[in-house]
Design a protein around this ligand. Structure first.
Ligand code: MF3
Ligand code: CO
Ligand code: CO
Length: 256
């Protein structure tokens, strides 16, 4: 586990804020008729324009600048030439490298609009993220985050994906510890100030089971039902958790 000091955070905060800024911009770009390849190209341009790099492109040979997962796709969806249509939902996951640090953040949005049940899936997933974040305080353990997410998701009749988990994040995209969205029964690290973790519930409307498409990347629900994904990079402090991917500051003014 790599703890971050104030000097690290001066560099990492802008990286995380930039990730959220790009995610906001990408979400605004989503509309019926757009292809996920166009979204990927748009994101590439924004990231480049800020003087940053995609943390995903080339990571284990991942071929896109962000992850774009439509409807039953859970995570790691690839850009394609298929057009989004009204009523789809799309999970967008943005990771950027800036100042040598990575910011990692994701959100699911409706394309134009969506069904009431799809909206409830997105709402419950986002709520579970914030309930998890609220547990990111010293003295608690990672499993307290996991349990808070799982309780809310399952209490609302949805299921939590087990094969993919949140993670420590910093100069590397995946650092210790793993942050599962369910209680895996293993001994769980204590949360201490200076930890930076990506909390990222992946929630299925139906069964929790997933499989990977032949493209080697795209994770889909086995039952073909919808899935949602929300993620923030969070700093554990002496007091309240700090959501680093809050996107309030303009990256150009906060570069040290
Ligand atoms: N952003 C993902 C995460 O939250 C990781 C994507 S890896 C990639 O952990 F290779 F698919 F980009
Ligand atoms: Co991510
Ligand atoms: Co992540």
């Amino acid at each position: 586990m790599v703890l971050k000091n104030e000097q690290d955070l001066v560099l990492m905060r802008p990286a995380c804020q930039l990730a959220q800024t790009v995610l906001d911009e990408v979400c605004s770009f989503v509309q019926p008729g757009v292809t996920t390849r166009q979204i990927d190209e748009y994101a590439a341009g924004r990231i480049r324009g800020y003087g940053a790099k995609s943390a995903f492109l080339g990571y284990r040979k991942y071929p896109c600048h962000l992850c774009l997962s439509v409807n039953e796709q859970v995570v790691h969806g690839l850009a394609t030439d298929n057009r989004l249509k009204f009523g789809d939902i799309i999970s967008l996951d943005v990771g950027v490298v800036y100042n040598g640090f990575i910011g990692d953040t994701a959100r699911t949005v409706a394309v134009g609009g969506c069904s009431v049940e799809a909206q409830r899936l997105m709402d419950v997933t986002e709520q579970s993220l914030y309930l998890g974040i609220a547990q990111a305080i010293p003295g608690k353990r990672v499993v307290d985050i996991s349990r808070a997410v799982q309780r809310h998701v399952e209490g609302n009749g949805f299921s939590v994906v087990r094969e993919f988990v949140g993670h420590g994040v910093g100069r590397s995209m995946h650092e210790e510890p793993q942050v599962p969205n369910f209680d895996d029964g293993k001994r769980s690290p204590k949360l201490v100030p200076g930890m930076t973790i990506a909390i990222e519930p992946m929630v299925n409307a139906g069964s929790r089971d997933v499989r990977i498409l032949k493209d080697g990347w795209t994770v889909v629900t086995k039952d073909g039902q919808l899935s949602a994904h929300f993620e923030h990079t969070v700093l554990v402090t002496e007091s309240e958790p700090e959501i680093l991917t809050c996107g309030t500051k303009k990256p150009s003014t906060s570069k040290p």
